[in-house]
Design a protein around this ligand. Sequence first.
Ligand SMILES: *Cc1c(COP(=O)(O)O)cnc(C)c1O
Length: 231
Amino acid sequence: MNDPAERLEKTRNRIAEACRAAGRAPGEVRLLAVSKTHPAEQVRAFAALGQLEFGENRLEEALEKQARLGDLRLVWHFIGHIQSRKTADVARRFDWVQSADREKVLRRLSAQRPKGAPPLNVCIQVNIDREPQKAGANPEETAELARLCLELPGLELRGLMCIPRIASASYDPADSYARMFELYRSLRNDGLPLDTLSMGMSADLEAAVRHGSTMIRIGTDLFGPRPPAGD
Ligand SMILES: *Cc1c(COP(=O)(O)O)cnc(C)c1O
């Protein structure tokens, strides 16, 4: 990886510029560094620069990295598909889970969050484009899952997350982001206390910021390309 400081500054500037262009305050949008497939030492380099929130999508890989970085106070977000039989480690080792998408997983995370630990921050992942191969709740199931999350001990409902349909000549993910914002807004109007709309990646953070994202998840632009199998 070439200079992490340079990459981090570039990404922060890009987010700030997107906020300015959208008429939003730069402080409204957080940066999550997606460290999946990249070694602990690269996480350490970003942490030394003040980037303290990291996202991982594979449990075993994340736990190993966390063990190597136990001397640092980092905020870990689980952003990958959650298998029900693996919820215990997510509940114990993460600060956030952004990929909760069904009742069973929410109930298990709640039951398995250690007593005395701060609540696990939860975003409901929404399959905003209803893609059959993709994880996430359907948009119309989201309100009920959010309400359940609100009731369950050990969980703190924070918001919504999505991975939109891939951009192509015939599809602009800005459309997905606009629908996500509508959903977020309508849930908030119904009284759900959401403060996080997690959407936008290296390729399209500007569109996400324009449509109300409060958390951008960046892997490639910070850490460089991933090996092909790493996605
Ligand atoms: C890999 C990943 C990202 C980061 O994507 P980049 O295009 O590398 O910035 C963001 N969100 C999720 C859920 C991911 O799995």
